[in-house]
Design a protein around this ligand. Structure first.
Ligand SMILES: NC(=O)c1ccc[n+]([C@@H]2O[C@H](COP(=O)([O-])OP(=O)(O)OC[C@H]3O[C@@H](n4cnc5c(N)ncnc54)[C@H](OP(=O)(O)O)[C@@H]3O)[C@@H](O)[C@H]2O)c1
Length: 339
């Protein structure tokens, strides 16, 4: 279809056991064949995200049997389509692609993606580099702001706030009338956010953090916290929010279960729930999805931008994952499977 022959084999980063980054190997694998309503994408770029780290430990929302190719999102060009009318719409298109856990992920030269939510066409103005990080964080940032606005929240709390996602939310939320109370875990992260004009940044390692967070939540009437850390942080947030407040856990960067103080639920009317982008998107109709996707693409060069730390050949994928684990704040590593 692209004129370029599709090889039988390809390079891929493969997880050989649920033992974390040390179990990643670069291996030769057969190029997968697209089935009904699936397309084959020649992958241009794929980031290393926290959700990928969770997947390497078998702690993500889907858990295929190793060996498998991880990589939650990427970008590339559709070079073959499977049977079914829907795939033809994407023939030859530049797309963002998503891993659904049923086939292999994006850390490979080719991946198969489902046309039912696994591929999104990229606008001509969006580069393949931008496209590689165009879905998970930009749409989650949009979702959090939408949830805050629908719930009439003028202020939200955000943990791990110096993350790529946190920086997007900090650029976008104030323009949408939502104040962000940022929680970070180091002075360097605080500085990073302040340089980006964030006005409320609290360091969870400060001795007076709990009091300062409580004061900020009450002063700004913040009843909603988005928590990426879990463990003891969840209960610290619960305690800081005014009565009736809610903590939405959307990740567990601490690799600990959220701690929940029962008195906060019983006597203070507070609650805890979870957020995952997939079901949030599935709750939308096609028109709503298209509008959200179009808007996110328009904002990719500005508010929804991801900083890229390094472009990495696939052969260096496993060591890039190790480097990312050591320091996550400094921007995304982008795997470049086809050079
Ligand atoms: N549920 C969903 O649908 C969904 C969608 C999108 C994103 N997310 C989540 O959103 C979060 C941010 O993603 P991202 O791609 O923006 O991340 P990122 O840019 O890679 O940054 C991760 C941030 O988390 C911090 N961090 C790591 N471990 C931590 C811990 N134990 N306690 C406090 N902070 C910690 C890192 O700080 P250091 O540099 O100090 O390690 C870094 O600032 C992730 O947890 C991701 O899984 C969830």
């Amino acid at each position: 279809m692209s004129g370029e022959p599709i090889p039988n084999d390809m390079d891929a980063v493969v997880l050989t056991a649920y033992e974390g980054p040390g179990s990643l190997r670069v291996q030769r694998r057969p190029v997968p064949k697209p089935g009904k309503d699936e397309v084959l994408v020649k992958v241009a770029a794929s980031p290393i995200n926290p959700s990928d780290l969770a997947a390497l430990h078998g702690r993500y929302g889907f858990k295929p049997n190793p060996p498998f190719v991880p990589g939650g999102e990427g970008s590339g060009t559709v070079v073959a389509v499977g049977p079914g009318p829907m795939g033809r719409y994407f023939e030859g298109s530049r797309v963002a692609c998503l891993w659904d856990g049923k086939r292999d992920g994006a850390w490979a030269q080719y991946m198969v993606a489902s046309v039912k939510g696994g591929v999104l066409p990229l606008h001509d103005s969006v580069s393949l580099e931008q496209g590689a990080t165009s879905v998970i964080n930009p749409l989650t940032a949009s979702a959090f702001i939408e949830i805050a606005k629908k719930g009439d929240h003028d202020a939200i709390v955000l943990t791990a706030a110096a993350s790529s996602l946190g920086r997007m939310i900090n650029r976008r939320a104030p323009r949408e009338g939502v104040e962000v109370i940022n929680v970070v875990r180091s002075g360097a992260e605080e500085e990073l956010l302040r340089k980006q004009d964030a006005s409320i940044v609290l360091d969870s390692t400060d001795p007076d953090f709990d009091e300062a967070l409580r004061d900020a939540c009450h002063e700004h009437d913040a009843h909603l916290a988005f928590d990426a850390v879990a463990g003891p942080m969840t209960t610290r947030l619960l305690r800081a929010l005014p009565s009736g407040g809610k903590v939405t856990v959307y990740s567990a960067l601490s690799f600990e279960a959220p701690q929940i103080a029962p008195d906060q639920l019983i006597f203070e009317g507070k609650s805890v729930d979870g957020f995952w982008l997939g079901p949030f998107m599935q709750s939308k109709n096609l028109l709503q999805l298209m509008l959200m996707w179009r808007r996110a693409q328009r904002l990719l060069p500005s508010d929804l931008k991801s900083d890229i730390r390094a472009n990495v050949p696939l052969a260096e994928g496993p060591s890039a994952v190790e480097a990312y684990v050591r320091e996550m704040t400094g921007g995304k590593f982008l795997l470049r499977p086809n050079g």
